[in-house]
Ligand binder design. Structure first.
Ligand code: PMP
Length: 384
């Protein structure tokens, strides 16, 4: 277990829900809450206390000690009696400079890219609006669309998880989507789609195409520098996977008129002053995070080779900081790993194409070795 996890777990250990008091008479939520919300389940996060946590694509590395010290000093200067400056001008400037936003382009900041996904679905939710994405992909695209009252259309990937460009173009013609989400690389499959297919989708789309580059530090390819070529392209990013998941900062760049509309629905103080200051500090030391991402890219190759060498495991090519694998029995393997202290994501039930698939975060040497050992042991116990 990394010290990162022990900090988190210390915070979670007092997290048991309080016993429900007897309910007073009068209207309950079912009288006013929208039926689609009543029918939903809250986003599930598995309890990771004491586990090797490989289920959420976090960066396992922490800041070096001297930078942590300096961060503490920087945060101590923040005036937490004041609201943050709602334009977040300094943070936007640091994001533009650090992450290659083209000249003349700006960003809208979100409390994680999750919030930007919610904002995008909200502003496009005219009556009858459609949100479309290759599928399976990141669940929040569907969730955001449903919560906004739009219809979600998932266009199945091929069995090898490549993009079915003809099906995408046919769906765009038929559905006229207000929004198209393309995760690049895709979660949970880990691959990037062909450039020519994405170009054709952008050209055919009657609305905004959002390329979600949450895993860009591990793919290196980007559409960011191509923004000026396409009036209806937006690039969505997050600093979460780079090693700042706790800061909850996402950003989106697109042509100015799109950003102006999104600014209207952004809650004015959506990023806390400490998070903003922490991100500005971190961006001054971007090379530390880039070196960590490079180590994880190297570890990804080594882990993929070790997994491929194990009998009965199919490893899919990945450009992200996770690997998708297929085993003989996904649920039993995930349960066996959990019993051995390793938490991974069982994605088998997400979509028929993902049967018996597990998603594993690529981590440091020690955690990757723990995963491999637990997997060998589990396979032995399952008689694989
Ligand atoms: N996009 C994709 C494709 C993701 O996989 C995730 C997180 N798993 C996000 C966006 C959200 O990231 P965050 O809210 O941490 O910025």
């Amino acid at each position: 277990m990394s010290d990162n996890n022990s900090d988190r777990n210390a915070a979670q250990s007092g997290d048991a829900p309080p016993a429900a008091p007897p309910r007073a008479a009068g209207p309950g939520p079912e009288t006013v809450i929208r039926p689609e919300v009543l029918a939903m389940r809250a986003y599930q996060v598995a309890d990771s206390s004491g586990m090797v946590k490989l289920d959420a694509m976090e960066n396992p590395y922490r800041l070096p000690t001297e930078l942590r010290q300096a961060l503490g000093e920087r945060l101590a200067e923040v005036a937490i009696n004041r609201y943050p400056v709602p334009s977040y001008a300094q943070l936007r400037c640091a994001l533009r400079a650090g992450f290659g936003v083209p000249d003349g382009y700006d960003v809208v900041v979100g409390n994680g890219s999750d919030e930007l996904i919610a904002m995008l679905t909200l502003v496009t939710a005219r009556p009858g609006a459609v949100v479309l994405s290759p599928w399976p992909s990141f669940v929040m695209y569907e969730m955001g669309a449903r919560l906004a009252g739009s219809r979600f259309v998932g266009v199945p990937l091929r069995a090898d998880f490549t993009l079915d460009a003809a099906a995408m173009l046919a769906a765009i013609r038929a559905e006229r989507p207000a929004l198209v989400f393309i995760a690049y690389p895709n979660n949970p499959t880990g691959n990037c789609y062909e450039t020519a297919a994405i170009e054709a989708i952008i050209a055919a789309a009657p609305g905004l195409v959002v390329i979600d580059e949450a895993y860009q530090p591990f793919a290196l390819d980007t559409w960011m520098d191509r923004l000026p070529e396409f009036p209806n392209l937006a690039v969505l990013r997050t600093v979460s996977k780079l090693g700042m998941a706790g800061l909850r900062i996402g950003y989106l760049s697109a042509a100015a008129p799109w950003l102006a509309e999104l600014e209207k629905v952004r809650p004015p103080y959506n990023i806390g002053a400490l998070n903003e200051a922490g991100a500005i500090f971190a961006l001054e030391h971007l090379e530390v995070f880039e070196a960590q991402a490079a180590a994880l890219r190297a570890a990804r190759g080594a882990l993929a080779r070790d997994l491929s060498a194990m009998p009965g495991i199919e490893v899919f090519p990945s450009r992200a900081n996770f690997l998708l694998i297929r085993v003989a029995d996904g649920p039993a393997t995930a349960a066996g790993l959990r019993e051995r202290g390793v938490l991974v994501r069982d994605v088998g039930k997400m979509h028929p194409l993902l049967g018996n698939c597990l998603r594993l975060t690529v981590s440091d040497e020690r955690e990757n070795a723990a995963l491999l050992a637990a997997l060998r042991d589990t396979q032995r116990a399952l008689g694989a």
